[in-house]
Ligand binder design. Structure first.
Ligand code: DLL
Length: 433
C-alpha cells in the first residue's frame, strides 16, 4: 500500500525537476524573509539566481543547530508570527532548545508525510494506533497523531509512561500498531511477558520505532517478542519531526519524502558531497515549508543514500539506518544530551575536579547514565554517609540541567584516566553499528 502514489512513485527525472523548482522557491522565501539567510548568502556572495541545478545546492552555506539556537526563539521564522499556529522544540531539556514553527500549510505537510510513514508500516483506516511517543513540545506524539488522522485510522493518544496501563489499553482496545522508541517497545515486551501475555494474545501487527538509534538485532528481538513487523522511522524537530523518512516492509532503507525534504550526504571532514552509497553526514533542506524553511541543515546523523527503486514500487530516495553521529550529542531515553551540559552542572559544585567520565549503557532495555567524577582531596571522605550526600547533590544538579535521572559515583582524587590528547569523556557502551 502506498499513501500517495503520484508523489511516492514519481520517476526520478520528474522528481528532480520538481525538486529544483521547489528549491528555488524555498531559497527566495528564505532570502527575502529570514534575515539570517540574507546575511549568510550575502556573506558568501551567493544569489538565489545562482542556483540553476540541484547540484548547485552545494554552493550554499550550511545551517547548524548552533545557528538555530542563536536565533532562539523565533528568529528563523519566515512568516509573521500570527501565521504560525503551532510550535515544537527539540527534546533537549535545557540550554536553548531549537524551535520549530508551523503554519497551517506546514501542518498539512507534516500530516501528509506522517500518513505516508504510517501507510508504509501497514497502517490503514482500519487500524488502531497506540501512540506512546510523548505529546507536548516533543514532535513525536503529535507528528504521529496528525498522520493517523490523515490516514483515517484510530489514534490512541496514550503518550509515554505508565507501562501497566499501556498493556491494559493494548489488550482491551486491541491496538494494531505500536509507536514509540525501540527501547520503550522492548520494555513493553518485557512487561507483557511478566504479565503472562504471549504475542498471540495481543493484536499488534507492526511497530513504528525511532527517535533514537537502534540495530538489526534489536529489530529481531522486537519482532519475535511482540509478534510484529518492526519498522524504522526517522525525523528531527528542525526539519519537521517524525516522518522525514520511514522504512517499508522490504526493510531496505528508509524512504525519504524527498518531494518535501532534499537530502545530501557530505564528508564529515571535508564537507564535500559524497556519492550514492557512500557513508557520511546527512544534510537536509526543506522544499515546501513556509513557516521555517531550513537550508542545508547539518543533521550530524551518519548514513548513506540509495536511489534505486524499492521492491515496494516507491522511488523515494532511501537512507540507511543511522549508525552514529558526527558530534558528541547523545540521546538518552529519547532526550538529547550534550556532555557539555553535564560538565556545566559539575562545575557548579565546589570541590569537584574537572575530571569526569560519562558512561551510557543499556543493561536491559532502558538507557542508564552514570557520571564518575573526581572529588578534591578535601571533599573526598571516608565517611560513606557524607559521600552519598555529595553524590546525591551532584545527581540533583545534573538532573536540573538535563532533566534525566543519573547515577553519580565520586572517585578518589587522581584515579580517573587522563588523556594525552582530546579527553575521552564519554563511554557509550550501547552498540549501534
Ligand atoms: O526524535 C523526532 C522523532 C520522533 C523521530 C519520533 C522519530 C520518531 P528530535 O528530538 O529533534 O526529533 O531528535 C532528532 O534524533 O537527529 C537523530 O539523531 C535521532 N533520531 C531520530 N530518529 C532516529 C532513528 C525526533 N530512526 C534526532 N534512528 C536525529 C536513529 C534517530 N536516530
Amino acid at each position: 500500500m502506498v499513501w500517495n502514489k503520484e508523489a511516492e512513485c514519481m520517476e526520478r527525472e520528474e522528481k528532480e525537476k520538481l525538486q529544483l523548482k521547489l528549491l528555488k522557491e524555498t531559497l527566495k522565501k528564505a532570502y527575502e524573509n529570514v534575515p539570517f539567510y540574507k546575511k549568510r548568502f550575502d556573506e558568501v556572495g551567493i544569489k538565489v539566481e545562482d542556483i540553476q541545478s540541484l547540484k548547485d545546492i552545494e554552493k550554499l552555506p550550511f545551517t547548524t543547530k548552533t545557528d538555530l539556537r542563536e536565533a532562539y526563539p523565533f528568529g528563523m521564522f519566515a512568516v509573521p508570527e500570527e501565521e504560525i499556529i503551532e510550535i515544537h522544540t527539540s527534546s533537549g531539556t535545557t540550554g536553548k532548545p531549537t524551535v520549530s514553527g508551523y503554519t497551517k500549510k506546514d501542518l498539512e505537510i507534516w500530516s501528509e508525510v506522517s500518513a505516508r510513514a504510517i501507510t508504509m508500516a501497514l497502517g490503514t483506516k482500519n487500524d488502531k494506533i497506540q501512540n506512546c511517543y510523548g505529546y507536548g513540545l516533543f514532535t513525536g506524539g503529535l507528528g504521529i497523531h496528525y498522520g493517523t488522522h490523515k490516514v483515517g485510522a484510530t489514534i490512541v493518544p496514550i503518550s509515554a509512561g505508565n507501562t501497566k496501563r499501556q498493556i491494559e489499553v493494548m489488550k482491551d482496545f486491541q491496538s494494531t500498531i505500536l509507536t514509540c522508541t525501540p527501547s520503550y517497545a522492548l520494555y513493553l515486551a518485557e512487561v507483557l511477558e511478566k504479565e503472562g501475555l504471549s504475542p498471540e494474545e495481543i493484536s499488534l501487527k507492526s511497530g513504528i520505532f525511532g527517535a533514537e538509534m537502534w540495530t538489526e538485532e534489536m529489530r529481531d528481538e522486537l519482532e519475535k517478542r511482540l509478534g510484529i513487523v518492526a519498522l524504522n522511522i526517522y525525523g528531527l524537530t528542525e526539519i519537521i519531526g517524525p516522518g522525514v523518512a520511514q522504512e517499508c516492509p522490504a526493510k531496505t532503507g528508509l524512504h525519504i519524502s524527498d518531494d518535501h525534504f532534499y537530502p545530501e550526504i557530505i564528508d564529515i571532514k571535508t564537507h564535500q558531497a559524497l556519492g550514492e552509497g557512500e557513508k557520511g553526514e546527512l544534510v537536509l533542506t526543506t522544499l515546501t515549508r513556509d513557516g521555517m524553511p531550513i537550508i542545508r541543515f547539518r543533521t550530524k546523523d551518519i548514513t548513506a543514500l540509495r536511489k534505486d527503486k524499492c521492491e515496494c514500487g516507491r522511488t523515494l530516495v532511501r537512507m540507511d539506518r543511522i549508525t552514529g553521529r558526527s558530534d558528541d550529542m547523545l540521546k538518552i531515553r529519547g532526550v538529547i544530551v550534550f556532555p557539555s551540559q553535564i560538565e556545566r552542572a559539575l562545575l557548579k559544585i565546589e570541590g569537584l575536579s574537572p575530571n569526569y567520565q560519562i558512561i551510557v549503557s543499556r543493561p536491559k532495555y532502558l538507557d542508564e547514565l552514570e557520571v564518575r567524577v573526581e572529588a578534591s582531596t578535601e571533599l573526598f571522605s571516608d565517611e560513606m554517609k557524607k559521600m552519598e550526600e555529595i553524590e546525591n547533590k551532584i545527581a540533583n544538579t545534573i538532573n536540573k540541567e538535563i532533566g534525566l535521572r543519573v547515577n553519580v559515583t565520586l572517585a578518589e582524587p587522581e584515579t580517573l584516566p587522563r588523556s594525552e590528547g582530546k579527553a575521552v569523556r564519554v563511554l557509550d557502551l550501547r552498540k549501534f553499528d
